[in-house]
Structures are given as structure tokens and as C-alpha cells.
Design a protein around this ligand. Structure first.
Ligand SMILES: [Zn+2]
Length: 209
């Protein structure tokens, strides 16, 4: 209720304009949205299924994700919702939706924990009472993965950086992330879920890098 009122007030002060063509009324207008190509199919071990909703090379998607992540532009969430609504068959065979925990200092600086918010958005969109739940604890010594030279270093970093804090016996887990580049981070997380007993793990990313 409050969030909606807040949104109405914000929309009155800062009317939405398309991030691509600057036309009025929405953050990504109908014509700029409709020709965003769906992402290529993803095959990534150990995921049971993996979906990419768009390609990161599309500059509208880059702008969308960067504004959301680095400028805490939560007003753009309806665009993420629309991307999700393009998935023809929403999976129903899931128990938990989760995300890759980011650096807490960065989340504080940026003002939002974007990974958590995207996972919540996906859980709500999929329905069936699905909840976004934190499954991984990030240790303070973890390095930002983008700073590491190769997949092996990234996977090692992630393995040491995170621990799974829930028993996932028999659970079907969906990992949500904004962008999947090499997939190393997502794969390392999935392996931790499987070690914790998960029956299977799926991946949904908003963009394939
Ligand atoms: Zn537009």
C-alpha cells in the first residue's frame, strides 16, 4: 500500500520516460521493449534448466541493469517484470528462489541489495507461494569475482567465499541473477546447493553476457 502511494508520488515528481528513446509514460516504452531479443538458450552444468531472458549486448538491457544495480533505480522493476512475463511457461516445480549474495558494503553504498530484490520479484511473479530465501552466507574475505583472472580463480573464490546455511534435502532451487557472463559464480553456488542436498537447481538470469 505504502509502496504504491510512494510510487504514485514519485511518478508525479519524476514522470517516467523511456530509458532508450526518452518518450513519456514508461521506463521502457512499448516499441523499445518489443524488439528486445530473448536470450539464447543456456546449457550450464549442474543446472537442470537455465533461462536467459535477454542478451546483455543489447544496450537497453545494459542500461536497465546498470541503472538498477548502480543507481538503485527501483522504478525500473516493472521492466524486469515484463521481461519475466515473456517466459511462456513459468516453472511450477520449484520450492525455493534464491540469489547470489553481494558484498554487503556495496549493497549499503548502492542503497539496494539488487540480487535479493530480483529474486523476490521472480518469486512473486512465479506465484504458487514461492518465497525468496537467503541460502548462502558470504564471508568477509570474498573478493569481487570480476576482479579475478579466470574461471578457476573465480570458482575457488566462490567456494571459499560462500557457505550454504540451510539443509536443502529434496528441495528444488531456483537461483536468480541479473547477468550471467561465464556462469562460474552461478555454477559454484549450484554446487553448494547440491552438496547441501538439493534435488536439483535451475538458473534464471535477466541477461546472458
Ligand atoms: Zn522508447
Amino acid at each position: 500500500m505504502f509502496a504504491r502511494a510512494q510510487e504514485r508520488i514519485l511518478n508525479a515528481i519524476y514522470p517516467p520516460t523511456c530509458i532508450e528513446c526518452a518518450s513519456a509514460d514508461s521506463w521502457l516504452c512499448e516499441s523499445c521493449f518489443t524488439d528486445i531479443a530473448p536470450g539464447d538458450a543456456l546449457t550450464l552444468s549442474p543446472f537442470r534448466r537455465a533461462w536467459a531472458l535477454s542478451a546483455y549486448k543489447d544496450r537497453r538491457i545494459q542500461r536497465l541493469i546498470k541503472s538498477y544495480k548502480y543507481r538503485a533505480a527501483t522504478c525500473l522493476e516493472p521492466v524486469f517484470q515484463r521481461l519475466l512475463s515473456r517466459m511462456l511457461n513459468h516453472p511450477t516445480d520449484l520450492d525455493i528462489v534464491t540469489w547470489v549474495p553481494g558484498d554487503p558494503d556495496r549493497a549499503r553504498d548502492r542503497g539496494i541489495d539488487h540480487g535479493k530484490r530480483l529474486a523476490e520479484l521472480v518469486a512473486n511473479a512465479l506465484g504458487h507461494g514461492l518465497q525468496a530465501d537467503a541460502l548462502l552466507l558470504r564471508s568477509a574475505s570474498a573478493l569481487p569475482n570480476a576482479t579475478l583472472p579466470d574461471n578457476e580463480a573465480r570458482e575457488g573464490n566462490i567456494k571459499n567465499a560462500f557457505s550454504c546455511i540451510q539443509d536443502l534435502s529434496g528441495k528444488r532451487v531456483l537461483l536468480v541473477d541479473d547477468v550471467c557472463t561465464t556462469g562460474a559464480t552461478a555454477q559454484a553456488c549450484a554446487n553448494l546447493f547440491i552438496e547441501a542436498g538439493a534435488e536439483n537447481v535451475d538458473l534464471l538470469v535477466f541477461a546472458k553476457g
